[in-house]
Design a protein. Structure first.
Length: 249
């Protein structure tokens, strides 16, 4: 029995419908050698195998597209995905894997939106992030541009943006603009810091979490994940939020 199934099994039959075993992860960095995630095909296979053992049936991996640091393109990502899928097939590892991207909020993202060159997941969801420490001047503008282009913006790990911490109304303002929030599971376990954990818990309690992601880069994330999935903070998510991951199957 997987960890996710064991967590769901902690609840009474009446509660189980509200606390599903999450089968889809929609944020990870598993294509080798193109960003700060997996460094080799061997490491990618190892991480994927461990995520499968945890209970995931489908992985949507999301390499960074960050012009100043990880200048990836749709072509680079899809070529990397093809090689990864071929290796999984060769090793007879039965798990579904797709690719989208985690877009950094910069001028390059504007250009990609104009070209309609965006890798999405599910129902045209677009995963994006921004600086952890400096508030972007044009956040509302680019959210509007995404939506006008037909995309559904999903803010990756909003709890980790330190510049938003002092004013929780900034989170509420984004939700009012129909921005989806994806919380990193390990944030709930305090992996990134106590302040990040505090915001993740508040987002949970306010019912503002739409997706949860492992944000797997390396083995340390897997180890932390195995512990966080058993935590009260993780379980609390499903009492307060309608988590959409399994709609991506």
């Amino acid at each position: 029995m997987s960890i996710l199934e064991k967590v769901a099994g902690l609840f009474s039959p009446r509660e189980k419908t509200a606390v599903p075993a999450i089968k889809v992860d929609m944020h990870s960095h598993l294509i080798p050698g193109i960003d700060d995630g997996s460094k080799s095909m061997q490491q990618s296979i190892s991480l994927i195998t461990e995520l499968k053992d945890i209970g995931y049936e489908k992985l949507i991996t999301t390499p960074h597209i960050m012009q100043h640091r990880y200048p990836n393109s749709s072509r680079i990502i899809l070529n990397g995905l093809k090689k990864l899928k071929e290796e999984l097939q060769r090793q007879k590892i039965d798990i579904e894997i797709e690719a989208a991207a985690e877009y950094y909020l910069d001028d390059h993202l504007y250009d990609l939106l104009k070209k309609d060159d965006i890798l999405t997941f599910g129902d045209n969801y677009l995963l994006f992030e921004m600086s952890y420490v400096m508030a972007p001047a044009d956040l509302e503008t680019i959210v509007f541009e995404m939506q006008c282009s037909g995309y559904k913006p999903v803010l990756a790990h909003p709890e980790r943006f330190i510049h938003m911490h002092p004013d929780f109304n900034k989170y509420k303002a984004l939700k009012e603009r129909d921005v989806f929030f994806q919380v990193d599971i390990n944030s709930l376990g305090g992996y990134y810091s106590k302040p990040v954990q505090k915001i993740a818990i508040r987002l949970t309690e306010e019912g503002m979490v739409d997706f949860i992601g492992t944000d797997t880069h390396h083995q340390r994330h897997i180890k932390a994940l195995q512990n966080t999935l058993k935590s009260k903070n993780y379980i609390r998510l499903f009492e307060k939020n309608d988590i959409l991951n399994n709609t991506l199957l």
